[in-house]
Design a protein around this ligand. Structure first.
Ligand SMILES: [Zn+2]
Length: 254
C-alpha cells in the first residue's frame, strides 16, 4: 500500500516535548525504523514532514503535512510522536484516531506496543480535534508510544523493539532488524492522484481547473488535484505533479 507519514514537530514554532527523553529525537529515531521495515515489506512510503525552517508557524507546519499527504493520495497516514504530561504523573502507550478505519489500526498498534515493551495500554483514543487526523483524507493514526517525562516509561524505550511492534500492529508481520539486509529492495509504485474535480469547488467553465476554499483557511487555485497554488496569510505554496511519479512543492514567503 501507499503510506504517507510525518515525524512530529521539529520546525519553526512547532516544537516537541522534552522530559527524560526528547520527543523530536525519539519520534524520528523509532519512526525511521518503522518506515524501513514497512519498505522492506514492499510498501511505498512518502515523508510529509515539513523541512526544518525557523519561519514556519504551528499551523503552517500542520497544514504542510496534511496537504502533502492528501496530494499524494496515500491509503494510510502515520504520525510519529511521543507523549508528555507532568513529570512522572502519566504512563503508557496510546494511539489516536478519528475514523473507524483508523481505529482498527490504532487498536492493534496499541496492543502490540503494550505486549512487546510492557507499556501500560491506555488504548486507542478517539481525538476529533487533532489537525492532521481531522484533515487527512485517508485512514490515519497518531502514535504516542510512551511518556518522555515519565522515568519508568523511558526506561523501557527501545527504538528497534518499538518499531517492530508498530509494524506488527499495522501489517500483522514481524520484521526483525537481522532480516532487513536480505530483503529485496521494494518495487517503487507511483502514487497516482485522481484527476476528477472535487465537489463543492468553483470550476472554471469549460475546463478542469477549479478554485477552492481550503480547510486550513487558505484558497487553492487548481489546474487539477496535483497541480495548484495555495494562498494563505503571508505565504504561497506551489504544488506540482506530472501524475507519473514526479512532483514536488515549494513555499514562497517573505
Ligand atoms: Zn507530539
Amino acid at each position: 500500500m501507499v503510506i504517507t507519514y510525518d515525524f512530529g514537530h521539529g520546525t519553526g514554532e512547532d516544537r516537541g516535548a522534552e522530559g527524560y527523553r526528547n520527543e523530536e529525537h525519539d519520534c524520528r529515531e523509532y519512526g525511521a525504523l518503522v518506515i524501513k521495515k514497512l519498505q522492506s515489506l514492499g510498501h511505498t512510503c512518502y515523508d510529509c514532514t515539513p523541512p526544518a525552517s525557523p519561519a514556519l508557524s504551528l499551523s503552517q507546519s500542520l497544514a504542510y503535512r496534511v496537504n502533502k499527504a492528501n496530494s499524494i493520495g496515500s491509503q494510510f497516514h502515520l504520525c510519529f510522536h511521543v507523549n508528555a504530561y507532568e513529570t512522572d504523573k502519566a504512563e503508557g502507550c496510546e494511539v489516536e484516531y478519528i475514523s473507524d478505519s483508523g481505529k482498527v489500526y490504532a487498536d492493534k498498534v496499541c496492543a502490540e506496543l503494550s505486549n512487546t515493551l510492557g507499556f501500560r495500554n491506555r488504548g486507542s483514543q478517539l481525538r476529533t480535534g487533532l489537525y492532521v487526523l481531522k484533515y487527512t483524507k485517508m485512514a490515519a493514526i497518531l502514535i504516542e508510544p510512551f511518556f518522555c517525562d515519565t522515568k519508568s516509561d523511558c526506561d523501557k524505550y527501545d527504538s528497534e523493539k518499538l518499531a517492530t511492534a508498530i509494524v506488527k500492529g499495522i501489517t500483522g508481520q514481524t520484521v526483525s532488524s537481522q532480516l532487513q539486509p536480505t530483503v529485496a529492495t521494494p518495487v517503487e509504485t507511483i502514487a497516482k492522484y485522481s484527476e476528477t474535480i472535487p465537489e463543492g469547488v468553483f470550476q472554471v467553465p469549460g475546463t478542469k481547473a477549479y478554485i477552492e476554499q481550503r480547510t486550513d483557511g487558505g484558497v487553492g487555485i487548481h489546474l487539477d488535484r496535483g497541480n495548484y497554488i495555495t494562498i494563505g496569510k503571508g505565504f504561497i505554496d506551489l504544488y506540482w505533479n506530472d501524475n507519473s511519479g514526479h512532483g514536488g512543492n515549494k513555499r514562497i514567503s517573505s
